[in-house]
Design a protein around this ligand. Structure first.
Ligand SMILES: *Cc1c(COP(=O)(O)O)cnc(C)c1O
Length: 382
């Protein structure tokens, strides 16, 4: 099946008991057994749930994996991957990753004797000098948040010994634009809260594994630790995925138009958009992604935080809010919102200034979105 067919059909069958064409929400905590150990494959809903099972089968197919495991949030999914590690292990990660991921690594797993190193990976070869015999996990985000840096997934994987796990946080691209397992990664993670759900109405996460063996380990931890999503949430993600390809494609088209508009504006000092030919690693993005995504970041002249706040308070179609990947456009201030947990000096090192603004471009009409931004930019005197 091609992607546009998979989103609707992969892993999803009409309900056998009723013929319901949509996967029912199995709101149950337990399942009847005929006699001890004799049942239909379901014993207790922390361990298995049919709504969750359908979603996991669908996501396995979208990322071309062996198995998928769903969680109550993207960070719960990441927590499960980090549980694969032991004290003394080292993790290499990109240096401008999602603030919550940075916090989970440094403030939680750092306490248990796991070492994290954050490096710039504009060139995949940089990884060579950082790998030690203690390195167990490489954690990649691409495009990165919010600088939209592109990491060469295939390039990194080809330089990493087989026994080291490579996990890619694919939240920003979505499986429609990028499939890290096809590029050699071992695990791919999504905050399904974002593009997969797509309607800003649910928190959810997933890990998809290339090998069944690692999936079995993750499933053991999931059952042991219990960060499972409810069936209603799984239903909402299943429903969102049915239009994933349409939504992401329109977001990409809108983002390109908005990036072009911002690039030509005299109040804007810099636009970060992987679709620009002069964006670092644009050629890699063109190779490993189907399109350049729906995220655009930009910076203002003089790095004025005051001007940034004025702009952020004067858009009407772009709502000022954390998160991304919904049908509605959002505008955010990474320094005070999504990335406030990263120390300011570390933020500035990667270009995340106090005036940087991030857009999650939705599926509205592009002309209206551009007019909305134009009006807000005028408020800062341009
Ligand atoms: C939102 C996000 C997460 C965390 O996901 P939650 O569902 O909020 O727990 C992780 N990685 C990236 C890139 C994100 O955008």
């Amino acid at each position: 099946m091609k992607f546009g067919t998979k989103v609707i059909h992969a892993g999803i069958e009409p309900d056998s008991s009723s013929g319901a064409i949509m996967t029912p929400i199995f709101q149950t905590s337990t399942y009847v057994q005929d006699s001890p150990g004799v049942h239909k494959g379901y014993e207790y809903a922390r361990t298995q749930n049919p709504t969750r099972g359908a979603l996991e089968a669908n996501l396995t197919s979208l990322e071309n994996g062996a198995d998928a495991i769903c969680y109550a949030s993207g960070l719960a999914a990441m927590d499960a991957v980090l549980k694969l590690l032991s004290p003394g292990d080292e993790v290499l990660s990109t240096n401008d990753l999602y603030g919550g991921s940075y916090r989970l690594m440094t403030k939680v797993y750092g306490k248990y004797g796991i070492k994290f190193k954050f490096i710039g990976l504009e060139s995949a070869a940089t990884i060579d000098e950082h790998i030690t015999d203690k390195t167990k996990l490489i954690w990649l985000e691409t495009p990165t948040n919010p600088m939209l840096n592109i990491v060469d997934i295939k390039g990194v994987v080809s330089r990493v010994p087989d026994h080291i796990t490579v996990c890619v946080d694919n939240t920003f691209a979505s499986p429609y634009l990028q499939n890290p397992l096809d590029l050699g990664a071992d695990l791919v993670l999504h905050s399904a809260t974002k593009y997969l759900g797509g309607h800003s109405d649910v928190i959810h996460g997933v890990v998809i594994s290339k090998e069944q063996k690692m999936a079995d380990q993750l499933r053991f931890f999931q059952n042991a630790a219990g960060a499972v999503p409810g069936p209603q949430d799984c239903f909402l993600i299943l429903r969102g995925i049915k239009t994933l390809h349409l939504r992401v494609q329109r977001s990409c088209e809108n983002a390109r138009k908005i990036a072009d508009f911002l690039e030509g504006h005299k109040a804007i000092s810099k636009v970060y958009y992987p679709g620009f030919k002069n964006h670092p690693n644009h050629d890699i993005a063109a190779k490993q992604m189907k399109d350049f995504g729906g995220m655009v970041s930009f910076d203002l002249n003089n790095n004025s935080q005051e001007n940034a706040y004025t702009l952020l308070s004067n858009t009407h179609l772009f709502s000022l809010a954390e998160s991304l990947g919904g049908v509605e456009s959002l505008i955010g201030h990474p320094a005070s919102m999504t990335h406030a947990s990263i120390p300011r000096e570390d933020r500035l090192k990667v270009g995340l200034t106090d005036s940087l603004i991030r857009l999650s471009v939705g599926v509205e009409d592009a002309d209206d979105l551009i007019a909305d931004l134009d009006k807000a930019i005028h408020k800062i005197g341009h």
